[in-house]
Ligand binder design. Sequence first.
Ligand code: 3UK
Length: 533
Amino acid sequence: MPSAHLDTFAQQHLPPAEDQPDFLFTLPTLQFPEQLNCASELLDRHVAEERGDRLCIQAHGLRWTYADLLSQANRIANVLVTDMGLVPGNRVLLRAPNNPMMAACWFAVIKAGGIAVATMPMLRAKELVPVISKAEVTHALCDASLAAELNEARPLCPNLKHLMLFNNGELEAAMAQRPDSFNNVNTAATDTCLIAFTSGTTGVPKGTMHFHRDVMAACACWPAHVLKPTEDDVFVGSPPLAFTFGLGGLLLFPMSVGASTVLIAKASPEHLVAAIEQFGATVLFTAPTSYRVMAAHGETQRRSTLRRCVSAGEALPAATRSLWKQATGIELIDGIGATELLHIFISADEANARPGATGKVVPGYEAKVVDDAGHTVPTGTVGKLAVRGPTGCRYLADDRQRSYVKDGWNLTGDAYLMDADGYFFYQSRTDDMIISSGYNIAAPEVEAALLLHADVLECAVIGVPDEERGQIVKAFVVLQPGASADARKIKALQDFVKQTVAPYKYPRAIEFRSELPKTETGKLQRFKLKVPS
Ligand code: 3UK
């Protein structure tokens, strides 16, 4: 298959064939041509098919149609090639809060046959250096508001030769000199178009490589079968475009059906509530903790335009699902995805949602629960989740490929059980399983029980070393405003958990905190609680 990459870095650093997962293309919509540029499919096609005047991106004070986004992306692609010397296969760092220029830059890179390496807005110089070095990034397009950390990183990044800032006039001035048409590079379906770094908790960050084909496969699976958006939907949400949850939910999926998206840089629960109202959003993507806080604004949400609400990134506690349902009347769509697989592979729509279950395997994927030897465990038994489908793990030059992929299956690191109906029930990350007096206790189950208590705003449960029991269950609790943090509350919460789940799972230790450590993607950082602060 003819690759269009002149810079062959990506091909050279793919995992060897025998370490790659199996790739399945079982659906009619997963039959891709040999040459495929996903920007042509997601962007140019709408303009070619006379949908150029339809609304594509909104932000505060801005409305871009598909034709507007196309001409912006084309101008930037011309700047990349003509002014910045980009050749197909080069890696381009993209660094910005969620905003329309970030989206235009993403498409520009893809159109020019480059490889987009988007970074979380909050990353510091110290965290940018390993990403830039690992992906041998040659070019960068960076929002001026985030330039400081990148400039600090640059002396340590000799490969990064070409940088332009936007939203301060620099890139914009160059764009004005370049035409608004561009012939997309005729990439192979199997050319890498993005390297997404995992929001992993420890160690050197892992870059996951995804092809043009993978982007289109992600659009053809979960959104088409579970979310089922229409071209009139208005998407909004919190995850950064640098996180594939956000890239899919807030850019690729709306554009795959010709719908529109709202990109907002600040997306706290309060900002989201305001944006839903201001833009008449119909589809919301955010993390479980954010739904919990937003449920307090339920009255506004009940009257809002929302019709689909998606939760991912972390286990959705049953209490959060029911709070949201009570507040808004809307059943949440839970879905587990991973950077390695690009997007969601187990989920359920509103009609098929079951409290406590993530859902069923998404059409196009296969999933099973296995033991340490890789054998499928009996129905109802806890084991390791294994998945395969049209997308899968390809770490950029990383030995950890062999731990994530075994016998062609992707092992996500999650403990799950599957019931007789094929519903998958999340237990914990395999490394968050607490073993106390010989019992296996899943931290999220204890958290879910605590969250049912009216005084608990947020909580995190970990195992702490104990002479007698090996480990004991310890809970860190953020109370609702006004609730008193005292010994009586500790006893009350412990009793409450004992009545909700098997008593041996109750937290023997409880510590009150004013907030919990979380990643930029909304994941609890339980490991940070394990070291005394
Ligand atoms: C956990 C969940 C229970 C799980 C992601 C949607 O989160 C995403 O990617 P990451 O690489 O993390 C993957 C890990 O996060 N997880 C995600 N969703 C759920 N656990 N229930 C869920 N619904 O441990 C998984 O292995 O940061 C999510 C789409 C794209 C993504 N990249």
